[in-house]
Design a protein around this ligand. Sequence first.
Ligand code: PHE
Ligand code: NA
Length: 447
Amino acid sequence: ANSNPKVWATRWTFILAATGSAVGLGNIWKFPYMTGVNGGGAFVITYLICIALVGIPIMMAETALGRHGRHNPIQTMFELAKENGASKNWGIIGIVGVLSGFLILSFYSVIAGWSLSYMVDGVSGVFPSLQGDAAGEHFSALIASPGKLILYHTIIMGFSAFIIARGIHEGLEKSVRFLMPALFVLLMLLLGYSAFTTGYFMEGIKFLFVPDFSKITSEAILAGMGHAFFTLSLSMGAIMAYGAYMPKDAKIGSTIVTVAFFDTFIALVAGMALFPIVFANGMEPASGPGLMFISLPAAFGQMAGGSIFGTLFFALVAIAALSSAISLVEPAVAWIIERFPVNRAMATIIVCALVWLLGLASVFSFNIWSEIKPFGKTIFDWLDYVTANILLPLGGMAIAIFAGWVMKKEIMEKELSLSHGGFTLWRWLIRIISPLAVFIVFLNSIS
Ligand code: PHE
Ligand code: NA
C-alpha cells in the first residue's frame, strides 16, 4: 500500500472514492424521478447509451488527464495545454469545471440535508402519520422553514469539511471505506424489502426496462445526456482531482469501467427498489422531484416495517450524498493549497464557507424567495438546469476535444492502458462520437 500523502493507497481505494463521488442523489433521487417523468424504459435506454458512448470515454479521459497532470484540475489543464503545445485558453476548462462544482455543491448539500431531515423524522416515527395530504404537507413544512433547511445544509457541509480537512488518507479514504459498504448493504436490504413485501416487483421491472419509444422527446434525450454527466461526476474537476492521486501503475481503462458499472448498477437497483413501492401504494411514477420526499415517505408509512426501512432509506441517501459532496470540495481545496500559501484545513474552511453561503440562495428559493423567478424558474431550478443541462455537457465536450485532439496520442494510450482495440474504440468515441453527440443533442434542445 502506498503511504505517499498524495496517492491513494491502492487502485481499489480510487475505485471506492470515485464510486463514492459518482453514486449520490443522482442515482437515488434524480434517476428514478427522471425515469418516472420521462416515461420509463425508453428513458433508461437513452441514458444507458449516453453512459456508454459519452460518459465512460470522457470519464476515462478525465482520470487520465488528472493522473498525467498530477495537480489540481485548474493547474493540470494549464500545464497539459502547455506540454502539448496548445493555447493556454484550454486552462479555462479547469476553471469552469471547479466553478460548476461549486454551484452544484451549493444546492446538492441542501437536498442532501432534506434526506438527513427525513432520516431524523424517521427515527422519531413520523412515517405512519404521513397519510393522504399529510405527506405533501410534511414536505411543504420542511422547505418552508429556512431555519431547518439551513441547519441540515450546515450539517452536511460540516461533515464534508471535517473529512476533506483530514486529507487523502485519513479523511477521504477512511470515510469511503466505511460509507461505501454501508451504502451497498442498505441498498440491498431495501431491494429485498421491496422485492419480497410489495408484490409489485415485476411492475417495477417492466416500467424500468420495457421501452415505449413514443415517450421520447428531444428534451428527454438532453435530460438523459445531462444526467449521464451528472451521475458520473464529470466535467467538474471531481474525477480529475481524484485521478491525480491515482497510483501510476493502475490501469485507468478497466478501473473506470468498474466505477461506471457500479454507478449504473446502483441507479438501476435504486429504481428496482423504489418503483414497486410507488406502484404498490397506487402512486404516480411521474410525480417529479417530490417522488422521493412525498410519495415514498407516504408509501413507507403504509407498509409493515416501513418506519424502519424508510429511515434506513434516508440514511442511505444521506450517505450517498455525503461521499459525493466531498468530491466536489476536493478540487477547489487542492487548487487553493497548490496556488496559495495556505494549509489544507484553512483551504477547506474557505471553500466550505463559500459554498455554504451560496447554498443559502437555494434554501431561500424554497421559501422567502420562492416568488423570485427570473424567466419562470426559481434560483434553485436555475442552478440545477444550468449546471446539468448546459455547463456539464459543454464542459464534457471540451474535455473530449482536448483529450482526443490536443493531447498526444501516446500519452493517452499509456495512461489508459487499454487493449489495442479498446484504445482505438476509445479514440473514435472521444474524438468524434462524444463531441458530436453532445453538440447535436444540445442544438436540438435549444431549437
Ligand atoms: N455524481 C453525483 C450523483 O450522481 C453528483 C456529483 C456530480 C458528485 C459531480 C460530484 C461531482 O449524485
Ligand atoms: Na451518480
